[in-house]
Design a protein around this ligand. Structure first.
Ligand SMILES: Nc1nc2c(ncn2[C@@H]2O[C@H](COP(=O)(O)OP(=O)(O)OP(=O)(O)O)[C@@H](O)[C@H]2O)c(=O)[nH]1
Ligand SMILES: [Mg+2]
Length: 544
């Protein structure tokens, strides 16, 4: 025993010495690595401790001066504290908002030809109204010369007039309808008006925070606010040349002193941790999808319904699939999570319809890029349906914005070119009396635009037919008629692989010795099926 003990002690000492040497070796190796590599190792090792520190993050948000507060009573539902989006140091009772749209009068930055400043202002007002507790006190269009990049956007005279208007309407916050104010503009305007000043990015972040339901959405929103905070920090760290495009931290980290870089490191670690969690959530979701058979061999066709916010995407998916737990709502960004719903097309093709988050104009694409996990269904879809609200006065600008956003998000060109375009809400046009020729003349060729109304069902059958045709031509699936003996092993194979649709079960042949089975298969599936069958099979193509 003693000998054993001594032996053990000796081994233990050797282990201790060996362990110390190994640690020293690792330390030397670590310190000789460049800063970036060290930081990666550090991040891997300590990411959990750092990113779960909400207090540290809240301090950084506070320091950046970004208004990411929600109205009182909007509680976060679910997720760990580290997943929460920042709600700022104090909660607001709500805001009486003054919405200002800077109307650029001349040059390349003036209003695009497919919309008007009035419609742009109207959308900003709708965004504010989406936030409970945020009331639109007043809204105005104010001209500015060539762009909105000046420190205070407007000159002295206009600012004074705006100040008078603000005082008259007991305003408690201002929204300037630009995609993103530069940090210097936000600081200067806040100091001038003495109330918080929001831009579109900020307002949309607040809407997302308020209405996100799932853990996936919360994680993505938490990710989306980081570049915004980082951008403002960069300015506060005396880089007043920061522009809205400068959303990357890399140069900032290297150029800042160590003390300042810590803040960026905390943001980076938080981002890293959020991405990891998001990946895990998405993988779990994918597993769930597969276990429900929605991604099986027979149902791989994903049809994503995309479009501008409030166009009717959710309502259409509900109509097409009968999904019970999704509802259309008359509100911007009602859907913040992609949901998928399987459906059987008349041909027997099984597809999955994805209801997606809506797009909106004048937002940096980085905001939607944070929704990469959600938008995965769009990017990886087999077919896109672009739904447009034809009753909206700004439909042309909305349509162009959606196409632009798809390109910016890196959606495949062929997917965009093959997209089905649908004009919705035609029941609202001309009090329901639709003159199709007028609509077509205004919005495009009939063959290009399928007119529908989710409200009264007009055009839905035609749309389903179009989807079916596209899916069949994409998958190469054809309806084939098989004549099988009732005891044929082929029947079990066909049932097991879901080739026999519940809508067209086998029927007895005239002589009643066989069963007639209609199956939808492409050539590869049929060849594979035949190799599994002991005897030669004859199939007849059926033209449905
Ligand atoms: N009159 C009319 N209203 C419709 C039609 N389709 C949808 N709506 C309404 O339009 C509003 C928006 O519909 P949603 O389906 O939530 O729109 P969405 O595109 O999913 O919107 P987000 O998820 O916010 O991007 C709801 O109030 C729907 O009832 C239609 O054909 N006619
Ligand atoms: Mg929706």
């Amino acid at each position: 025993m003693e000998i054993n003990n001594v032996t053990w002690m000796a081994c233990s000492d050797i282990w201790e010495i060996g362990h110390c040497l190994m640690l020293i070796k690792r330390l030397i190796a670590f310190s000789s690595k460049p800063f970036r590599q060290q930081s990666t190792l550090f991040r891997k090792k300590f990411s959990t401790e750092f990113t779960d520190n909400d207090a540290q993050y809240e301090r950084i948000v506070h320091e950046s001066g970004v208004c990411l507060r929600l109205p009182t009573g909007s509680a976060f539902r679910g997720g760990s504290t580290a997943d929460r989006v920042s709600v700022g140091a104090s909660q607001l009772e709500g805001q009486n908002v003054f919405v200002i749209h800077p109307k650029v009068r001349w040059g390349a930055n003036s209003a695009p030809s497919n919309t008007t400043p009035e419609l742009m202002l109207e959308e900003a007002v709708a965004l504010i109204r989406t936030l409970p507790g945020f009331n639109v006190a007043t809204s105005v269009l104010v001209g500015t010369d060539y762009n909105t990049k000046k420190k205070l956007i407007w000159g002295g005279g206009r600012l004074e007039a705006l100040m008078q208007h603000k005082l008259k309407h007991s305003v408690t916050a201002i929204m300037v309808n630009v995609d993103m104010l530069t940090p210097i503009q936000q600081t200067e305007l806040t100091a001038y008006f003495g109330v918080p000043v929001y831009d579109r990015y900020n307002i949309v972040l607040l809407i997302f925070k308020l209405y996100a339901k799932t853990r996936e959405a919360h994680l993505q929103i938490a990710l989306a606010e980081i570049p915004y905070i980082r951008h403002r920090l960069k300015f506060l760290d005396h880089d007043s040349d920061a522009t809205p495009d400068a959303l990357h931290v890399d140069q900032a980290v290297t150029s800042l002193s160590h003390g300042k870089a810590d803040k960026y490191e905390i943001l980076r670690l938080r981002e890293h941790s959020l991405r990891k969690k998001l990946k895990a959530v998405m993988e779990a979701k994918q597993d769930e999808l597969e276990s429900r058979g929605e991604k099986g061999a027979h149902a791989t066709t994903v049809v994503a319904v995309i479009g501008y916010t409030n166009a009717g995407k959710t309502t259409l998916v509900k109509k097409l699939t009968g999904a019970k737990h999704i509802f259309g709502e008359d509100r911007l960004f009602a859907t913040l999570d992609t949901t998928v719903h399987s459906a059987l097309l008349p041909s027997g093709c099984r597809v999955v319809f994805a209801d997606t988050i809506g797009f909106i104009s004048s937002l940096p694409v980085t905001l939607f890029a944070s929704f990469q996990a959600t938008l995965k269904h769009v990017v990886n879809a087999d077919l896109l349906i672009h739904i447009q609200d034809l009753s909206h006065p700004n439909v042309n600008a909305q349509r162009d914005n959606v196409i632009e956003t798809l390109h910016e998000l890196g959606v495949r060109k062929d997917l965009i070119e093959n997209m089905l375009t649908v004009g919705n809400k035609i029941d609202k046009l001309d009090g329901g009396e639709v003159c199709l020729d007028d609509v077509i003349e205004k919005h495009g060729d009939k063959d290009q635009l399928q007119l529908i109304s989710c409200e009264n069902g007009f055009g839905l059958d035609g749309l389903i037919e179009q989807i079916d045709q596209k899916v069949q031509s994409m998958t190469g699936a054809r309806l084939r008629r098989l004549k099988l003996r009732p005891d044929s092993p082929a029947l079990a194979y066909l049932y097991r692989h879901g080739f026999i649709s519940p809508h067209s079960p086998p029927t007895p042949s005239d002589c009643e010795k066989f069963l007639i089975v209609d199956v939808l298969m492409n050539d590869d599936q049929f060849a594979k099926f035949r190799t599994h069958m002991p005897r030669k099979l004859k199939a007849k193509r059926v033209d449905s």
